[in-house]
Design a binder for this molecule. Structure first.
Ligand SMILES: CC(C)(COP(=O)(O)OP(=O)(O)OC[C@H]1O[C@@H](n2cnc3c(N)ncnc32)[C@H](O)[C@@H]1OP(=O)(O)O)[C@@H](O)C(=O)NCCC(=O)NCCS
Length: 190
């Protein structure tokens, strides 16, 4: 095999669309994966990463994703009319989560497949376990963990478990930067 690109990489662009004349604003060093869809009044912070098949639809209210936060593959961020979705800095949102018209404060982890219903506030450093469903309007205290359906407070994680989750945001920021290089090379045809 001499071909350095054995497969056609397809369309390497994400879908980024305005809504009602408002375009997404994306930091120059954020990584937005091919095939992600970002619409309307959306702001993505420095070093953030938005992975494959994510939808972020800021149509009837704004959506914010903070610096170095990662929104992993297949996640949906959406809003209610006049009720924004605000994800602060250094947040990890695992694969296939849904966060609807809610606030995730700094360094939160929202586990894979979790559903955060409208009007929730996930306090700084809190963890929403994989697969949890957080009922509408829930306030999760900073540093605590919620698990299950419906999600119930299970207190803080063991420190080593929490440290492992906290390390994810920086790893994703680095991985997003590496993907930016790969995709830029592919677009140049090198
Ligand atoms: C919540 C989590 C951090 C584990 O917390 P933990 O307290 O260390 O959990 P343990 O494995 O020690 O289990 C403690 C209890 O919680 C339960 N539990 C663990 N994870 C759970 C989950 N996701 N949902 C429901 N219950 C869960 C265990 O069954 C156990 O129950 P028991 O006390 O009745 O026996 C982990 O399960 C999780 O959901 N991580 C999210 C990972 C992720 O999605 N990362 C983003 C992508 S990189």
């Amino acid at each position: 095999m001499t071909d350095a690109t054995p497969h056609d990489p397809g369309d390497l662009r994400p879908v980024i669309l305005p809504f009602n004349g408002v375009w997404p604003r994306i930091a120059g060093d954020a990584f937005i994966a091919p095939g992600a869809v970002i619409v309307g009044d959306v702001k993505i912070g420095a070093g953030a990463s938005v992975w494959f098949h994510v939808t972020i639809r800021g149509d009837v209210a704004p959506i914010r994703v903070g610096a170095r936060s990662n929104v992993q593959d297949g996640t949906v961020l959406h809003v209610d009319s006049g009720a924004p979705c605000e994800i602060a800095d250094d947040v990890t949102i695992g694969h296939g989560a849904i966060v609807h018209a809610s606030v995730g404060e700094a360094s939160v982890t929202i586990g894979m497949g979790a559903v955060v219903l409208s009007g929730c506030r996930i306090g700084a450093g809190a963890v929403v376990a994989a697969g949890a469903v957080v009922p509408e309007g829930t306030v999760v205290a900073p540093g605590t963990t919620v698990m299950g359906v419906p999600a119930k407070d299970r207190g803080p994680l063991a420190p080593e478990r929490k440290a492992a989750l906290d390390a994810i945001a920086a790893k994703y920021a680095a991985n997003g930067a590496a993907f930016r290089v790969t995709i830029a090379d592919l677009r140049r045809g090198t």
